[in-house]
Design a protein around this ligand. Structure first.
Ligand code: CMP
Length: 131
């Protein structure tokens, strides 16, 4: 997902360019706005964390862009492309280093495993959306 502050700041095209240049194939793509309930469900794994409420409020605060990406080793390669969660710790040239504002407003989300990628794909898309 491209998160609300990055969409609002007009970085979506530049971020999608970086994703394509890194060799990812876009299988599905959409702009949408999550309700609080949807954002809460998407991040349910973080329910017990102190930042959960802030995260849910933020992720439902404006439009996001959701995408399904295909590549060999997609999960680990995408995490390398986006950089560390906290942009102050992200490597030079990563999406978060270039475009993230803070640890909370960190421009993009990437799935942390193939299993979660499947769950998160089904959260945003149906089979017919993926081509
Ligand atoms: P993301 O990759 O979307 O997965 C969970 C998100 O929680 C993470 O990126 C951050 O945006 C957010 N997050 C993680 N740690 C913190 C924190 N300490 N304070 C606020 N938000 C956080």
């Amino acid at each position: 997902m491209i998160k609300p502050e990055a969409v609002q700041s007009g970085y979506s095209g530049k971020i999608i360019d970086m994703i394509i240049a890194a060799g990812f194939n876009i299988k599905a793509l959409k702009k949408t706005k999550l309700t609080k309930e949807q954002a809460g469900a998407f991040y349910a794994v973080h329910k017990e964390r102190p930042f959960y409420g802030e995260l849910v409020d933020y992720m439902s605060s404006g439009p996001i862009i959701a995408a399904v990406l295909e590549k060999e080793n997609a999960v680990s390669d995408f995490r390398n492309l986006i950089g560390a969660t906290d942009p102050s710790e992200a490597a030079e040239g990563t999406i978060r280093k270039k475009y993230a504002e803070s640890k909370a407003k960190n421009a993009v989300h990437g799935s942390d495993s193939d299993q979660n990628a499947q769950v998160e794909t089904e959260f945003h898309f149906t089979t017919n959306d993926i081509v």
